[in-house]
Design a protein around this ligand. Structure first.
Ligand code: CO
Length: 472
């Protein structure tokens, strides 16, 4: 028993470098730069199988564009966790949902020690002038963007406390700073929001928000004046985390009676200007947020609860159980009234969406039109991410790219030079073709959402998470 797309959850061992991929169609002449993608590519160590999609060892993939050609290189990220597994043939570090065997005493010391994983398989960013791979522990690993060679964990010049973080920092183009937060588990746990100016390795605390039960938050929102955390009622039990012996994420519990809290923090003085409650929901990915007088509009890919995490165990995704595949998030627009603290939402599209992206430089923190993402056939619960979607949030128009037996990953928007319109540019997505048994890089015209070109890769690229495009 296995799913049609299980190849996307199988290990890729080969590391290769190819100067020119075979292209069909035509790449825009202006296209120059490198798309770097991150995601798991090894799902077992010796006889031990990783349990969850989020556990696989990170591999980086770089597609570099110049003069209508594209080169490709892929490499495992040489994290300590990866090196240990490769050299010793066993799992030595605690992953998201897979743990090494340890005694309770070892576990007690491990949670706050470096034996918690540095397997940075989630996203890519540029921090402190360095290209880094990111995960949800604050251990960014630097790599060479051309060769993808691992250079090591970057060290911050501060001692900001925190155990977990997000792999989705924001960037403010006018202030030239990254923004993110750390969650510090303690007798008084806090969310420590910070800014990191360009060319600096010193994180500057914006605000420290206390919480009685730290929530699992995969991303957050930025507006012109605020940082917004949505604290879902999926909260950690610290005693359980220390003592249960369960893998990291299994120490979080769904407590819907708590509701969800929208924590609105002023970027100027760090004050908590909003603490607004709504009914319970869960999300991985914020899409965008912007201000409108006393209201914040916040778009997010929402789930009724956190059970989606349990549905991303590899045996389910591979079709080795009779459990249902996860349904994708619902595109919701929350309206947060800062005067009355009222929160309400509207559903913006009937089309489910995940791995959402926007024209970040132009649209982030602004009223905007377009969100791009992966989607799936609502009427076929046995399918996975089988399409790319583009949703116009103003007129609700939906455009879809789909090809039989093809499973696309996160769409990344790249603006064309001197673009004026929000959707002037291209969309890139790594697509798995299960019929041919390989992946290709798909390039769509972002406006018409139709194919411009594709570049074939000789092997399959396991389903990944996030990537970024840089003028490297
Ligand atoms: Co993510």
């Amino acid at each position: 028993m296995s799913n049609k797309f299980s190849l996307g959850f199988s290990t890729l061992d080969k590391e290769i470098s190819i100067e020119k991929l075979t292209i069909t169609g035509r790449l825009p002449a202006w296209l120059s730069g490198t798309l770097i993608r991150n995601g798991p590519a090894r799902f077992e160590v010796g006889d031990i199988k990783m349990r969850h999609w989020f556990d696989g060892f990170s591999m980086l993939h770089a597609f570099s564009f110049a003069q209508g050609q594209v080169s490709y290189v892929n490499k495992f990220l040489e994290s300590q966790a990866y090196q240990y597994a490769r050299d010793k043939g066993k799992i030595g570090y605690a992953e998201f949902a897979t743990d090494p065997c340890r005694s309770i005493f070892q576990r007690f010391t491990q949670i706050f020690s470096p034996s918690f994983t540095d397997n940075a398989n989630v996203n890519i960013s540029k921090l402190a002038d360095k290209y880094v791979a990111l995960t949800e522990l604050p251990l960014p690993i630097e790599f060479n963007p051309q060769t993808l060679e691992t250079l090591g964990v970057i060290k911050y010049a501060d001692a900001l406390p925190g155990i977990t973080t997000t792999a989705h920092p924001h960037y403010d183009f006018s202030k030239k700073e990254s923004l993110n937060f750390l969650t510090n588990f303690s007798a008084q746990s806090t969310y420590n929001l910070y800014r990191l100016p360009d060319h600096s390795a010193t994180r500057e605390l914006v605000s420290s928000i206390p919480t009685d039960a730290p929530s699992y938050m995969h991303s957050f929102a930025l507006t012109e004046n605020y940082l917004v955390l949505v604290e879902y009622p999926f909260v950690v039990n610290l005693f359980s985390l220390l003592l249960s012996g369960q893998p990291f994420i299994e120490n979080y519990q769904w407590q819907p009676e708590r509701g969800a809290r929208f924590l609105v923090v002023s970027r100027k003085d760090g004050k908590l200007v909003g603490n607004c409650k709504s009914e319970a929901f869960f999300a991985f990915h914020h899409i965008n947020a912007f201000e409108n007088e006393n209201e914040i509009t916040l778009d997010i890919s929402a789930y009724p609860d956190a059970s989606v995490i349990e549905k991303l165990y590899l045996d389910i995704l591979r079709g080795e159980t009779d459990k249902e595949l996860p349904r994708l998030g619902e595109l919701r627009r929350y309206h947060i009234n800062l005067e009355t603290s009222a929160v309400k939402y509207e559903v913006m599209s009937a089309e489910p969406i995940e791995l959402p992206r926007i024209n970040y430089q132009l649209a982030n923190t602004k009223k905007y039109h377009f969100v791009y993402g992966v989607g799936s056939d609502k009427n076929n619960p046995n399918n996975f991410l089988d399409r790319l979607v583009k949703i116009d949030l103003q007129d609700k128009n939906v455009q879809i790219w789909h090809q039989n037996d093809c499973y696309p990953g996160e769409p990344v928007f790249i603006p064309s030079p001197n673009a004026i319109k929000e959707d002037e540019g291209v969309i890139m997505s790594v697509v798995l073709n299960v019929q041919k048994g390989n992946s290709f890089l798909l390039v769509l015209d972002a406006s018409s959402f139709t194919e411009l070109a594709r570049a074939e890769v000789p092997h399959h690229i396991p389903f990944g998470f996030h990537g970024q495009f840089y003028q490297v």
